[in-house]
Design a protein around this ligand. Structure first.
Ligand SMILES: Nc1ncnc2c1ncn2[C@@H]1O[C@H](COP(=O)(O)OP(=O)(O)OP(=O)(O)O)[C@@H](O)[C@H]1O
Ligand SMILES: [Mg+2]
Length: 445
């Protein structure tokens, strides 16, 4: 192509039958060459044109098939000094004008842009421009060829759209698969938890009732001993009977025993209460068979989840709670519990030695918010962009799936809510979940 142009540098000169050689010198063309060039220009599918190499690139020559392709007569195109510039799609102008200066350093440029035809429709054009210089190297003019590439562009667009659709489909599939994986995992964890809760419930039940009886019996027993004690006062201290009884009492350390048995029973009852709470938390957490939407108490969800992860967290983090007053929220509470759990575990993981996990809640208009902040390692801005992506993890290989937050995102989206994150390296991280109280009235997110 370049060689071809070297054969005739200046189209406007064509009529004067001169031809430029590669060195830029203009030599007269033979009548045969002129006729040949004339024929080529008029019969290529492209529009051949020339323009001045300055300003708005006023066109100085346009081949006649401009009429066929664009619907303009070459004369009107040449007559208007701004014709070229004025017909380029406004969105495509910047990419051309930001780089057209390179035409003067490199000698040629190629552009693809939309050009307005006479019926006000934009036609995609492929434009190859070449700068022509005189013998001294000064720019004389620009020669170009415009080819209609609308069809190719349409095909490309269709292909791209298809590609995007495919990509979206793949993503949907991937999400569905993760959800399935996770819900399977959670279902079995939930079932396990519910099973354990049930198994523990029975023995805890009878131990609890026995402890109640024991407490009563111990009370009665000590009462009897007290009565004996009173009788004991009446026995003469010098008698052998008195002395033997006094020795037995001493050995048994009756006073200490009385105090301690009461403590032991009380502590055992406290311990049992805690076991019962944990069992209740396991039940609340698993909510086996409660896959349906229900009005739930978010605080209860937070509490039961905290109870479960407390052991993992307590050596590292102090949990500070600041609960507002929340109305019941229509939600899938067991799924929200999964989200809370992952936030707590992530927060605790981010804390190296010791720190604070702050859990606060509140209401704003028709929404509730739950905020989990930690004083952990924080997340770099680079990583922050990716944390909700499936399989993104900074945990060592084998210890994290990187699914926690992507699932959290999916679950919150299902509730038409939002999950936001703020983080500063070295300072800590805050996740805020916002949930509509009545998701059925909220717009999809
Ligand atoms: N509170 C936090 N502080 C610092 N980094 C966090 C915090 N929460 C999440 N991250 C970062 O986001 C990443 C992704 O978290 P996500 O819960 O999705 O996966 P994970 O915790 O790595 O793995 P999994 O949840 O399967 O155990 C984490 O690896 C970590 O780099
Ligand atoms: Mg996690």
């Amino acid at each position: 192509m370049n060689d071809q142009f070297d054969e005739f540098s200046s189209l406007s000169q064509l009529h004067e039958t001169t031809v430029s050689h590669g060195n830029g010198s203009l030599t007269p063309a033979t009548p045969t060459t002129t006729a040949r060039l004339q024929y080529l220009i008029e019969n290529t599918p492209a529009i051949i044109y020339s323009s001045v190499p300055t300003g708005d690139f006023k066109m100085t020559f346009v081949s006649s098939n401009a009429l066929r392709v664009l619907g303009y007569h070459p004369e009107e195109m040449v007559a208007d000094p701004n014709f070229w510039f004025d017909h380029i799609h406004p969105e495509d102008i910047p990419q051309i004008f930001s780089s057209i200066a390179m035409l003067f350093t490199e000698g040629s440029r190629t552009y693809e842009y939309r050009f307005k035809s006479s019926n006000d429709q934009y036609i995609w054009m492929h434009d190859m421009l070449r700068l022509i210089r005189d013998a001294e190297g000064n720019p004389i003019e620009v020669v170009g060829s415009l080819t209609d590439i609308t069809q190719r562009k349409q095909m490309e667009e269709a292909l791209q759209k298809k590609g995007e659709e495919q990509q979206a489909l793949i993503q949907k599939l991937q999400e569905a698969q993760e959800q399935l994986l996770q819900s399977e995992k959670m279902a079995s964890v939930g079932q396990l938890a519910a099973g354990i809760a049930h198994e523990i419930n029975n023995p805890v039940g009878f131990v609890n009732s026995n402890m109640g009886s024991l407490q009563n019996y111990v009370g009665t027993l000590f009462n009897v001993i007290e009565q004996y004690d009173k009788l004991f006062q009446h026995i003469p201290p010098a008698s052998e009977f008195h002395q033997r009884l006094a020795a037995i009492r001493e050995k048994a350390d009756l006073v200490f025993l009385k105090d301690d048995i009461e403590d032991l029973v009380r502590e055992s009852m406290d311990g049992l209460k805690r076991v019962k709470d944990i069992v209740q938390s396991l039940k609340d957490f698993s909510h086996v068979g409660e896959a349906d939407w229900q009005e739930a108490d978010i605080h209860q969800g937070l509490e039961s989840t905290l109870n479960i992860v407390k052991n993992e967290i307590k050596y590292k983090a102090n949990i500070v709670k600041e609960y507002g007053k929340l109305p019941p929220v229509k939600c899938l509470i067991s799924q929200l519990n999964q989200v809370f759990m992952n936030l707590f575990v992530n927060a605790s993981y981010a804390i190296k030695d010791s720190g604070v996990i702050h859990v606060s809640t509140g209401v704003q208009n028709d929404w509730v918010w739950i905020k989990v902040s930690d004083t952990g390692s924080g997340i770099s801005p680079e990583n922050l962009k990716h944390i909700f992506e499936p399989f993104f993890t900074t945990k060592p290989i084998g210890s994290g799936t990187g699914l926690g937050l992507s699932l959290a995102y999916g679950i919150i989206k299902k509730h038409r809510g939002k999950i936001e994150v703020e983080s500063e390296l070295g300072k800590g991280t805050s996740f805020t979940i916002r949930l509509p109280i009545h998701p059925e009235n909220a717009p999809e997110t």
